[in-house]
Design a protein around this ligand. Structure first.
Ligand SMILES: [Zn+2]
Length: 159
């Protein structure tokens, strides 16, 4: 990292993708000048970055928020964290592909984009995507309530 700093003469740091997205939105993007910025990234997992008063919020020991494991459907599928119905097992690209493959919407090696593209013609695809959207909406509402913010930015890394 110091080599990058000195050769490029720029500030450089390594960060989790959700944290980096939140920081970028807070400093240069749509959330500039907001006191609280919460950014949800949707990819193979669900990431959340939080910036308060221009400072990235870290958890204990420098970790990033693990809000992808917020439970939004206690009767939902089992997550690798041990809980049922985490946002991550309902709304990530991995979750969408897993559900769509099990339902026969896509074949082995299919993608979340294929599932989204099938929503107009296949009600099974539409239901899987609606479930993902509802889970993300529940997470967004929770994050806004917890952080007393007024909006949430969402980014898609894989879809
Ligand atoms: Zn989980």
């Amino acid at each position: 990292m110091s080599a990058l700093r000195s050769s490029a003469d720029i500030e450089a740091l390594v960060e989790n993708d959700a944290n980096a997205a939140a920081l970028g939105e807070a400093r240069f993007g749509a959330a500039r000048d907001r006191a609280v910025v919460v950014c949800i990234t949707v990819g193979t997992g669900i990431g959340v970055g939080v910036v308060r008063d221009g400072i990235l919020v870290h958890g204990a020991h420098g970790t990033h928020p693990e809000a992808g494991h917020v439970v939004v459907d206690p009767d939902g599928p089992l997550c690798y964290c041990g809980a049922h119905g985490c946002v991550e097992v309902l709304a990530s690209a991995t979750a969408v592909v897993t559900a769509a493959t099990a339902a026969g919407v896509i074949g082995a090696g299919g993608t979340a984009k294929q599932v989204h593209d099938a929503t107009g013609a296949d009600p099974r695809a539409a239901a899987i995507v609606a479930r993902a959207h509802n889970a993300l909406a529940a997470l967004a509402r929770t994050l806004v309530a917890v952080h007393a913010g007024r909006s949430v930015d969402a980014g898609a890394a894989v879809f």
